[in-house]
Design a protein around this ligand. Structure first.
Ligand SMILES: Nc1nc2c(ncn2[C@@H]2O[C@H](COP(=O)(O)OP(=O)(O)O)[C@@H](O)[C@H]2O)c(=O)[nH]1
Ligand SMILES: [Mg+2]
Ligand SMILES: [Zn+2]
Length: 347
């Protein structure tokens, strides 16, 4: 199947940005999949497997949704070569699980992030708060999409904040039309959420075709691997482009997302009326936040979500500082060894 660049969201402003980085002998393309040391790039000629030179590796390397300049040949084993990355307009990032405390860009150049939650699973407003904070940091807009409403038609959906909320069933098609406002030509939407919430099924429904592998929750858990194996970048009939992401067990904010409060403007704006500037919104007299919670104008959960994320980020920052200090000391020791010839310090 061949795809035109405009179906992938190549707007005139991207063409202009590409012209800036364009190198002779390269073509523009959009990253549809990231493998180890290689990426799949959709371009005018179709899908290209492209090798990623080591200068592009690491946390700032290409992610699904990136616009890149590729040379269609010249790589090892006849692969293409990544030559340049076009600067991003937005990036949805997370901290990888495990002890590395490294950041990962899940999707780049996203206009709207659909936070996908299934109504039959554990509907967790606290988790939505967490995703909302990550979307806020990404520079994209957020929509909460509640899926599988056919399973629990009477469920009461939690209203989280003033973020748009849409309830759908990918199986019956109910509610899908309400997503149209975010699927205009040239725009890119990313689906994020835990695995099994129905992201790939929703992608197939919006594509009107089976473009993604979907799997039961059980099969996914048993094998402990993602069932999202087809493409992650899907041009939709509406002219929008969709990015499906592998499910995440728990979303941790990127290590350097320090300004968590900016994603909680509802809490912050009320807090401006606290009597004390350094109010911790606990037992202090004249705490406007506690007053708003008592009056039912602010949910207590929003305050606790903010606090939890702030604690987590402070911890991640301390870890990061220790890591950088160690790295600095290692380089310094290496330098000392380099300028001090072996044996010269003996006497
Ligand atoms: N009843 C119902 N099941 C759904 C719906 N959407 C997805 N599912 C099922 O939920 C399971 C996980 O779906 P999948 O799309 O693979 O989830 P993903 O991990 O988020 O990509 C599959 O068994 C789907 O058939 C829906 O709208 N209604
Ligand atoms: Mg999936
Ligand atoms: Zn207060």
């Amino acid at each position: 199947m061949s795809t035109t660049l405009s179906q992938l969201g190549f707007t005139p402003s991207w063409a202009a940005a590409f012209a800036v980085v364009q190198l002779p002998g390269t073509v523009p393309g959009r990253v549809s999949h990231v493998h180890r040391g290689q990426i799949d790039v959709l371009c005018e000629q179709g899908s290209l497997r492209v090798s990623v030179p080591s200068t592009f590796c690491g946390p700032d390397g290409p992610a699904t949704g990136d616009w890149v300049a590729v040379q269609s040949d010249g790589g090892p084993d006849g692969l293409g070569v990544l030559r340049a990355m076009v600067p991003r307009t937005s990036e949805f990032r997370r901290r990888t699980s495990g002890r590395q405390f490294a950041n990962q860009t899940v999707a780049a150049n996203i206009d709207t992030v659909f936070i996908v939650m299934s109504v039959n699973g554990d509907l967790s407003p606290a988790r939505v708060d967490r995703y909302l904070a990550a979307v806020h940091a990404s520079g994209a807009h957020a929509v909460v999409v509640y899926t599988k409403v056919d399973l629990s038609p009477d469920v009461r959906l939690p209203v989280v904040t003033d973020v748009p909320m849409v309830a759908v069933s990918a199986l019956t098609g109910r509610g899908l039309a309400n997503l149209i406002p975010w699927l205009s030509p040239g725009s890119t939407v990313a689906l994020v959420g835990s695995s099994g919430t129905g992201k790939s099924t929703l992608a197939n429904a919006l594509a009107g075709d089976v473009v993604m592998d979907t799997g039961g929750i059980r099969r996914h858990d048993d094998r402990g691997k993602h069932t999202t194996t087809v493409r992650a970048l899907i041009p939709l009939p509406s002219g929008a482009c969709l990015v499906d992401t592998p499910g995440m067990r728990e979303l941790a904010l990127a290590v350097d997302d320090v300004d968590v409060a900016s994603a909680f403007s509802d809490v912050v704006s009320v807090a401006q009326n606290c009597r004390f500037r350094d109010c911790l919104h606990g037992e202090e007299p004249g705490c406007a936040v506690q007053e708003a919670i008592a009056a039912g104008e602010l949910s207590e959960r929003r305050l606790s979500s903010l606090r939890k994320l702030q604690r987590e980020q402070a911890f991640a920052q301390r870890r990061e500082n220790v890591k950088q200090k160690r790295r600095y000391e290692r380089t310094r020791q290496a330098e000392v060894r380099r300028v001090t010839p072996r044996g010269s310090s003996k006497y």
